[in-house]
Design a protein around this ligand. Sequence first.
Ligand code: ATP
Length: 203
Amino acid sequence: MSNFIVGLTGGIGSGKTTVTNIFAALGIDIIDADIIARDVVAKGSPALTMIEAHFGSDIIQGDGQLNRAMLREKIFANEVDKHWLNALLHPLIRKQIVTQAQVSLSPYCIIVAPLLIENNLTALVDRVLVVDVKETTQISRTIARDNNSAKQVKAIIKSQVSRKVRQEHADDLLNNDDCLIEDLESAVAQLHQAYLAYAAKKN
Ligand code: ATP
């Protein structure tokens, strides 16, 4: 069991996946909150049954999967439904994160969560690592990756906490603006050594 947990976060297109892959290559177990959030509403799951009962059977696609686009629209339009859904899913997601940390065998593990701060997942972790970039970097890299418009990316940035708030929550900041992948790898290697030491101390 990893009893030292690092929470890794950052805004859209900041480089979370890129940084996470470097930690994974060092043998660190990665717990992905996005994957867990999808798994808890998988076809046939108890949560999906409750979502169907609440929103009606239209919310389930022909293949038995959740219609995510429809659910997004519904909760965007209705604060009460949004709270209902969060109250259902957040405890399930937290429970699964804790379970995965308990079965992790690496010296420490990482929870990667775009909304680590927004969803108060910081309470589950020993240390917060923020991948930090300028907004212009977020926009240009996301556009290059996803073919989104600048307007779409800006809207997503607005829906997330600000760079300043993220920085305030950070124990460690990893700047990824004008950074070659090799630079990122050496910065991660340094953090890795520090985390190994913290984890050993906590044992
Ligand atoms: P999202 O929140 O949207 O899932 P993310 O934070 O996981 O994004 P990545 O997918 O890792 O971000 O990075 C965004 C894009 O920027 C990717 O195409 C990635 O290859 C590229 N990228 C990341 N870091 C760098 C870098 N240092 N130099 C150049 N390109 C980079």
